[in-house]
Design a protein around this ligand. Sequence first.
Ligand code: DX5
Length: 215
Amino acid sequence: MPLSSPVIAPSLLSADFRILQKEVESIEPYADWLQVDVMDGHFVPNLSFGAPVVKWIRTELPLDIHLMVENPADRLEEFLEIGASHITFHAEVVESLRDRRALLQAIRDGGATAGIAINPETPLSAAKDVLSEVDLLLVMSVHPGFGGQKFIADVLRKVKAARAEYPDLMIQMDGGIDKSTASRCLEAGANNLVAGSFIFRSRNRKKAIAALRGV
Ligand code: DX5
């Protein structure tokens, strides 16, 4: 059954990179995971950071690596090496069941849990063949690449359908999530929320994270 309280995963992409460690420490007592948006400038039109930067972060929070990259298999080793707890790849770039299963296995062999992500325009059916095997489904509520974008409510349909079919699946949503959209995501059946700008632009980050939990 879905978790009573959702997992809240602040997205590092919206943090102040001049003081990255301090930014992580400002949310660490209140968050559950730390989401790291890895962008290659090919699968998404932005370039973010890789393991050479992330390895310098000291945190107790599980690292949730969101691979927005054309070749996720090439990135696994470096992130598993720095202790990633969870790694998500995109259905749009790994299409065959064989390749998906190989990736899931490689992530798990490295000691992490494994997830598959679908973009707003990608139907749930595109991930169907592995939904009973993944640890997490990430339903993007923005077109990946940048923080601070507007929530695409249309994707809630996919969340509802996934929750109805997979009552025990961790369903994560990511993109444009703030106090008001968070409650709609939870209502639709998501139980893991990623938020960047809503948290890191808040003066009171403890309150912002509590607001996402619906408290
Ligand atoms: C978008 C990233 C999101 C983004 C979330 O490509 O995957 O994680 O950083 O930022 P907000 O919460 O500002 O939409």
